[in-house]
Write a protein that binds this ligand. Sequence first.
Ligand SMILES: *Cc1c(COP(=O)(O)O)cnc(C)c1O
Length: 371
Amino acid sequence: MIPVNQPLLDGNEKKYLLECIDTGWISSEGPFVERFEQAFARRVGRRHAVAAANGTAALDIAVEALAIGPGDEVILPTFTIISCIHQIVRAGATPVLVDSDPLSWNMDVEQVAAKITPRTKAIMAVHIYGLPVDMDPLLALADRHGLKLIEDASQMLGQTYKDKPCGSFGDISTFSFYPNKHITTGEGGMMATDDEELAERARSLRNLCFQPGKRFVHEHLGWNYRMTNLQAALGLAQLERLDEFVARKRFIGRRYHELLQDVPGVQLPLTRTEFAENIYWVFGLVLDKTLGIDAASAMQRLSLNGVGTRPFFWPMHRQPVLLNKGWFEQESYPVAENLAEQGFYLPSGLALSENQIGQVADQVKSILHNR
Ligand SMILES: *Cc1c(COP(=O)(O)O)cnc(C)c1O
């Protein structure tokens, strides 16, 4: 079986982890956490970085740190991971959705303006699969209407938008270090911001809102969302190799493109937009309805032929848990619906060999056109 993802851990990971064990620093109090945060902030061009237990935790904290609460509306793409919406819902705010662009698969920024109301408090931009969201129009809208902007850059570490690092836009950005992300800490996440007060609030929220000087007396409720020294040791070693990893992802993406570009009825990721060259966090395929095969059956056939895949995101407006709350009932976002039904992605982990890329491409051609 060719797995959908396999990370590379052959740099300083072992050395730094041994340092944790040898020194006894394994909790969040260890020195790698701050070292990782500082190196990370420099890398994404932000003044502050705050590590967290995972990417979902980073989003939870970002939403809470911006004081998003009852009565507030937050505009975000329907085509994203459920992590984005959790804290909006739990805080008693209202998620407001926009559809995707059919070619870049990113949120359609032209739909955002039409969804702004006097209750809109924030926009959450989520970069999808390898190309950045068009940030300038969102920054302009946020500025004009006094809105907060959260940038979920979990899939876009190492990418740029108009030559500026992804994760450097808006009030606060978030990242995930799950093993399929560009760098991994096993589980892990990060927030980045230029706003010192926001960074302080994020640090406090991730650590149960303990108060310096008045330990165990709390003015606010937070979470234990701390990152351990073990995770940060991995993260620092991984960050040292980010450029190499990004180059490897681009190589895999370009190779798939060469091998699959002539397959009829299959939409491949755009190689570039006017803002950026694709970083191919994953290599997605969208099957044309005329092929008469949907993503689920294509994935099942690929699995029988030894190729691991993953479905595209299932849109927020189709999530039972959210429909049961009475949201999005009459809403339709046709681009996201098509992506969910017809889209899936191929193996593209950093450990994937060129030979395996060829095998995957052969299997894709075979299951689509020898039926
Ligand atoms: C992976 C991911 C997350 C969630 O991160 P976890 O570390 O798995 O909690 C959030 N947003 C996006 C866009 C992601 O890709």
